[in-house]
Ligand binder design. Structure first.
Ligand code: CAA
Length: 369
């Protein structure tokens, strides 16, 4: 099967990101928990975890990212006909997070507004639905409301002392889905799902329950299925070499390295080839993820936003989404004319430049508040 990179003129028209105002180095957490810092930095590949404050939670992150994406877009708020927020940091069991975001933006009227939940996969599902909504021609042709606003936003917190604690993080990415000025999204994608209890949060509980080792196995298996489906009967070397960047959901960077090894094993690659692909096409995409930790639904899209910067028109990017439970999907993107300038990097630079690093004691107080 061949996939025409120009198959769709629909895609990402603009990107906005928002990171929280606080962060802590994982070495500080290691000190607090009596762990070897190398377990977190080398064993898990983590560096800093972004933390929210009383003033900035998931709603503020989502609204901030959305405003930045809209400011950067050539259209008006009035042109938005769909707003979908992917999150696992719901603030209400009934009212969708999109209603809070729409309120913050002043968005109302002939607009489809909803929240999508599927663990870390929710943002990707929202994006897929927005692309399919546009491709399907579901909008009244007499209406100007032709663009969608997709937001992936989360605050990832584990119970204090949980093995997942060093992987915590937070952040939001907003994507206007319209003409593919930043990146086209292929209509064809490669999903894989299996019902599993690898990571879940029962109703009423504050923190997730995790079967850690099993969750790693689920993620790796899903990646192998999705990449195998994408390659199909083509030569895997040629298919992978043809990609400018390969982005993954990043629960922690070592997870991604393990997944690349499993995908490579399925293709019959030796350790040297796996390392070459990881170092050249995967690891550079995780630079921002290392500075904000796991932002659940936003993690993949933080990596994609980073990877698109500086690409030439037509350069191909693979984006592997994973959500516990579990559902996964591999999306194929093609860089558009606005990718090269990568204007959204200014959001990350501004937020990183302003954020305060907290120490272990301040972190403990923050958790207690
Ligand atoms: N120096 C260097 N490395 C060290 C070390 C040291 N002093 N001590 C330990 N390590 C290494 C270990 O060898 C291990 O590396 P390998 O896996 O390569 O062997 C690594 O550090 C981690 O050590 P453990 O396996 O003992 O870690 P743990 O059991 O305490 O916790 C975890 C690991 C289960 C992943 C935990 O962080 C966790 O529960 N995370 C949340 C779940 C998660 O992220 N799952 C990913 C898939 S699910 C998903 O993707 C959804 C999502 O976003 C959550």
């Amino acid at each position: 099967m061949s996939i025409d990179p120009k198959a769709s003129s629909v895609g990402i028209a603009s990107i906005g990101l928002q990171l929280p105002p606080l962060a802590m180095q994982v070495e500080e957490l290691a000190r607090l928990r009596g762990q070897e810092p190398a377990k977190y930095t080398i064993g898990l590949g983590c560096r800093e975890m972004a933390l929210c404050s009383d003033e900035c939670g998931v709603v503020e992150l989502a609204v901030g990212a959305a405003k930045r994406a809209l400011d950067r877009w050539h259209g008006d708020l009035d042109d938005i006909g769909l707003i979908a927020v992917g999150t696992e940091t719901a603030v209400d069991m009934s009212r969708p997070l999109s209603a809070w975001v729409a309120d913050g933006l002043g968005l109302r009227g002939a607009v489809r507004s909803y929240e999508v939940k599927h663990a870390c996969y929710g943002g990707t599902l929202a994006l897929r639905q927005a692309v399919e909504w546009k491709l399907a021609g579901a909008v009244d042709p007499r209406s100007d409301k032709r663009a969608a606003l997709v937001i992936a936003a989360d605050v990832a917190l584990y119970a204090e002392g949980d093995p997942g604690e060093p992987t915590q993080g937070a952040g939001a990415v907003a994507l206007v889905i319209d003409d593919a000025r930043v990146a086209s999204v292929d209509p064809v994608s490669f999903p894989w799902s299996e019902p599993a209890f690898d990571f879940w949060r029962p109703v009423g509980e504050a923190y997730p329950r995790v079967d850690g080792a099993f969750s790693l196995d689920c993620y790796k298996r899903a990646a192998q299925h999705c990449f195998r489906a994408m390659v199909g009967d083509r030569d895997p070397n040629a298919a992978i070499d043809g990609l400018a960047a390969i982005c993954f959901h990043v629960p922690f960077p070592k997870m991604v390295k393990k997944a690349v090894a499993q995908v490579g094993e399925g293709f019959g690659w030796d350790a040297e080839r796996v390392a070459q692909i990881f170092d050249q096409k995967v690891d550079p995409t995780m630079h921002w993820n290392r500075l904000c930790g796991n932002a659940y639904t936003a993690s993949l899209w933080i990596s994609v936003a980073n990877a698109l910067r500086g690409l030439s028109v037509g350069d191909r990017v693979a984006a592997f989404s994973y959500g516990s439970g579990f559902g996964a999907e591999l999306l194929m993107l093609g860089a558009g004319p606005d990718a090269a300038a990568g204007a959204w990097a200014a959001d990350v630079e501004a937020d990183l430049g302003q954020r305060a690093l907290v120490d272990a004691e301040a972190y403990s107080s923050l958790r207690a508040s």
